[in-house]
Design a protein around this ligand. Structure first.
Ligand SMILES: [Zn+2]
Length: 152
């Protein structure tokens, strides 16, 4: 799942939890729960045939995704909702960490941690149901807006 919907859940967590460490733990757990839900972005770069071309394409998507997630955080903070910044920081860090850990392990080729990449990937295929980003992207946008609705 994209970082933006993960961030929307982190925002929601920050409105329900008062402790930064607990918010962090819930952020991590929420990440893995969301990854289990079939979310239609597994084949988003399949039209790119070369490995390098595919990687550049995915990096561009990740850049836009993180930008949108930051925009979402900015929107939430400036909405005037009472929020403890440390709790929000803990929840966001927890929600982002599983994907950043995966990317770091892949990029630095940390072979001893490949078990994590394996299980993270396994979660994505828990229901073994992939569908097109044509439906997956709108689903994730809808999900993000729904979580935001519950947070404001
Ligand atoms: Zn993930």
């Amino acid at each position: 799942m994209f970082i933006t919907p993960h961030t929307s859940v982190a925002i929601w967590i920050s409105t329900r939890v008062g402790d930064p460490l607990l918010a962090f733990v819930f952020g991590v757990v929420s990440h893995f729960i969301l990854d289990i839900i079939p979310h239609g972005d597994d084949n988003i770069a399949d039209h790119k045939k070369e490995k390098k071309e595919k990687l550049i394409y995915l990096m561009r998507i990740a850049f836009v995704d993180v930008f949108l997630a930051c925009l979402l955080l900015y929107f939430f903070i400036s909405s005037g909702s009472p929020v403890d910044y440390w709790v929000l920081f803990g929840a966001v860090l927890g929600a982002w960490l599983p994907d950043f850990a995966w990317i770091t392990i892949e990029m630095l080729k940390l072979h001893t941690l490949y078990w994590y990449v394996f299980y993270h990937g396994k979660l994505h295929n828990f229901f073994n149901w992939q569908y097109s980003p044509v439906y997956g992207v709108p689903f994730q946008i809808f999900f993000t807006l729904l979580m935001l609705r519950f947070s404001l």
